[in-house]
Design a binder for this molecule. Structure first.
Ligand SMILES: Cc1cc2nc3c(=O)[nH]c(=O)nc-3n(C[C@H](O)[C@H](O)[C@H](O)COP(=O)(O)O)c2cc1C
Length: 321
């Protein structure tokens, strides 16, 4: 048995599971593992380092993967889209900003365009601007995001645009229960990030992976601390969910103080990140961190989520009594 949806037919994939384009985590090895397991792996192009992206695309080899960019960052470096399109990715994935400046070129190249949004209004606009697939991302998600929760956001976006395009649920989904629930909400699949954070192929620091495996969703927070510390100029509507740590506790209520001290705090942060010092550098995971397991590869995670979901879906009719 397998789970077939509008998403699996549009992308011609076996399972309705996408790897999130996690900057600094989702490289070519992880993305190709997910694609080879029947999902779609998406490389996290992040803020657009061309050499890094080309290297990771090489690591994906002949496996077809998608490429993700942070839209407002791509707007500052639009030439990078040509590099991505020349590779003929299986899909282009854009989050955090208006896609209208990029959608025509992507559509012209006949590459499916996936847009990740955080509100119903953004979903409507992204479809009007040319998105082929919408990812409805709830605030439970690890990494950057907005304020709405996955459970009510997904069906609201399905109602708004689901007749035109497949909708994928994201934020807090890390096992077969989450996939089955997302399908019940009307989604055609799921996008997962946190559950792949500690996977064998993830590019996260080994000490950060350990902290994620030990972490609890009770202990995550959305803040702008690490963006201010890294001097990344994120628009105010999005902040980033991470595990709490000493550095975030110190500066969470005092971003202006952090800005005044950035000359010393930025090098301290970067040094800690390179050393895997998780008291200072952020472990970027969401509320689903409780469900992360040790020693799983990307392919095993895909297979586990699908086979668990199949069991839940098969048993669902019994609840009807
Ligand atoms: C470590 C990490 C890095 C992320 N980086 C990006 C990114 O560069 N671009 C992006 O569109 N989303 C990014 N995200 C958000 C994901 O696209 C996705 O919405 C999220 O992981 C889904 O929720 P989950 O973490 O609960 O699975 C990131 C998420 C994580 C955990």
């Amino acid at each position: 048995m397998s789970i077939k949806t509008a998403l699996t037919s549009l992308l011609d994939i076996e399972h309705p599971i996408l790897l999130a384009p996690m900057a600094g985590v989702s490289g070519g090895a992880l993305a190709s593992a997910v694609t080879n397991a029947g999902g779609l792996g998406v490389i996290g192009g992040g803020y657009g380092d061309r050499d890094w992206l080309t290297g990771e695309l090489l690591k994906a080899g002949n496996t077809q993967v998608g490429i993700g960019f942070i839209t407002w960052s791509l707007q500052k470096n639009p030439g990078l889209l040509d590099v991505a399109l020349a590779y003929r990715p299986k899909a282009m994935f854009l989050s955090f900003g208006d896609i209208d400046g990029f959608a025509p070129r992507i559509r012209q190249a006949e590459i499916p365009l996936i847009a990740q949004v955080q509100t119903v209004a953004q979903a409507r606009k992204a479809v009007a601007d040319g998105a082929d697939i919408i990812v409805a991302q709830g605030t439970e998600a690890g990494g950057h995001g907005g304020g709405r929760a996955t459970l009510p956001l997904v069906p609201a976006i399905v109602d708004a645009v689901g007749k035109q395009v497949p909708v994928i649920a994201a934020g807090g989904i890390a096992d077969g229960r989450g996939l089955a629930a997302a399908l019940m909400l009307g989604a055609s699949g799921v996008l997962c990030g946190s559950v792949f954070y500690a996977s064998e192929e993830s590019l996260a620091h080994p000490k950060s992976k350990e902290a994620a495996i030990a972490g609890s969703g009770d202990n995550t927070v959305r803040s702008s601390v690490i963006d201010v510390a890294r001097e990344i100029d994120w628009p105010a509507q999005w902040n980033i969910r991470t595990l709490k740590n000493t550095f975030i506790d110190q500066w969470h209520g005092d971003l202006d103080g952090l800005r005044r001290n950035v000359a010393t705090e930025m090098p301290r942060y970067v040094k800690a990140r390179d050393a895997g010092d998780v008291d200072v550098s952020a472990v970027i995971v969401g509320e689903a961190v409780d469900l992360i397991r040790r020693d799983e590869g990307g392919a095993a995670i895909v297979q586990r989520i699908v086979s668990e979901a199949e069991v839940h879906l098969r048993h669902a009719p019994q609840m009807l009594g």
